[in-house]
Design a protein around this ligand. Structure first.
Ligand code: FMN
Length: 132
């Protein structure tokens, strides 16, 4: 099974990156920033994709990344997000990606920005469970 973990993480704390790395550990994959690889060009069975809201919207590069996903390359997407309160990044990504006729799992991972440490183990288990 080919599994990709991609994330967009903008603050110095790297909250979404840390959750991405824990998910990747569980899934037996590597977490890669979309800023390092702005296009997904390999065929994947599962794409774990995560980001966070900044002033109510996701980073423009994450929006672009999701818009450019190729349905021919991806079987399924699993979303994750970190934030202060909002889950809108997951909702917006789900809508955009589903509209492209790519399957998006109902289940997603959420971690509050102030409880990243407390969620790392759960994120790892989530990565393992969702990639089974
Ligand atoms: C400039 C800025 C704006 C933010 N706006 C929101 C927001 O509108 N809603 C929210 O729930 N969290 C908001 N947050 C919190 C971030 O989404 C949260 O810290 C997230 O974990 C950041 O992820 P990152 O460290 O991977 O960049 C904001 C944070 C910053 C720095």
């Amino acid at each position: 099974m080919n599994i990709a973990v991609r994330y967009c993480s903008k603050t110095k704390a790297g909250n979404t990156r840390r959750i991405a790395e824990a998910i990747a550990k569980g899934a037996g994959a590597k977490a890669i920033s979309i800023e390092d690889e702005p296009i997904l060009s390999e065929k994947v069975d599962i794409l774990f994709l995560g980001g966070a809201p900044y002033a109510n919207i996701m980073a423009p590069e994450l929006k672009k990344y999701a818009e450019e996903l190729d349905p021919k390359l991806i079987s399924k997407v699993v979303l994750f997000t970190t934030s202060n309160w909002s889950r809108r990044t997951v909702n917006a990504l789900r809508k955009m990606i589903s509209n492209k006729k790519i399957m998006v799992c109902e289940d997603y991972f959420y971690a509050h920005m102030l409880n990243i440490d407390g969620k790392l183990e759960e994120a790892e288990i989530f990565g393992q469970k969702m990639s089974r």
